[in-house]
Write a protein that binds this ligand. Structure first.
Ligand code: HEM
Length: 164
């Protein structure tokens, strides 16, 4: 299985865009900026909804209204973050494939976080249209907070597990 992923990683690392990023001094920081800009939007809008579900901050909008208002920004942020993350990954894919922190981030936590977020968003829009939030809504928001904290912890640990 590892051989299969390494073969794809080798191919990816030699694509024109990956060579352009790894061969330039300014392209990598620019792509990093793209990843972080997308993440700021994605994590920021997720956090706003999770905190509203937990009853923290302004209650002018219900959790359902807030989720609807942030929906487009939320998924735009996600698309930009994934694009930036994919470009960063392409530039040194064979370095990331055997990295345990990267494996945990992308193989477990990000898919789980995205699925959980879809559930939180759906629940908020369909079931949390009142001023008070249900016990399930609060729990769902709290679990989502923990999941993204886990993703960020795994992401910042990637350099510690670099075997190159
Ligand atoms: C959407 C959820 C994601 C979050 C919250 C996230 C978070 C982060 C953070 C905080 C860093 C900075 C690590 C540091 O410099 O200390 C990072 C770096 C990185 N991310 Fe993501 N990321 C996400 C998605 C992705 C995806 C989908 C990919 C790949 C397709 C990806 C690939 C990378 C790579 C390759 C790095 C550079 C790691 C390094 O060399 O230090 N990320 N990410």
């Amino acid at each position: 299985m590892l051989d299969f992923f390494m073969a794809i990683a080798k191919w990816l690392q030699n694509t024109w865009w990956a060579l352009d990023i790894s061969g330039s001094t300014w392209a990598y920081p620019f792509v990093q900026l793209t990843h972080f800009t997308g993440l700021s939007l994605w994590i920021g809008t997720n956090l706003s909804l999770d905190l509203r579900l937990l009853g923290v901050g302004s209650k002018r909008q219900t959790a359902g209204q807030l989720s609807e208002a942030l929906f487009a920004w939320n998924w735009t942020g996600f698309c930009v973050a994934v694009l930036g993350g994919f470009m960063l990954f392409s530039s040194a894919a064979t370095k990331y494939i055997p990295n345990s922190a990267f494996e945990i981030k992308l193989g477990i936590l990000v898919p789980l976080g995205v699925l959980w977020h879809i559930l939180v968003q759906w629940h908020a829009r369909k079931r949390e249209q009142g001023d008070t939030v249900s016990a399930f809504g609060k729990l769902a928001g709290f679990v989502e907070l923990l999941l993204w904290l886990g993703v960020i912890t795994a992401a910042v640990s990637i350099p510690n597990y670099d075997t190159h």
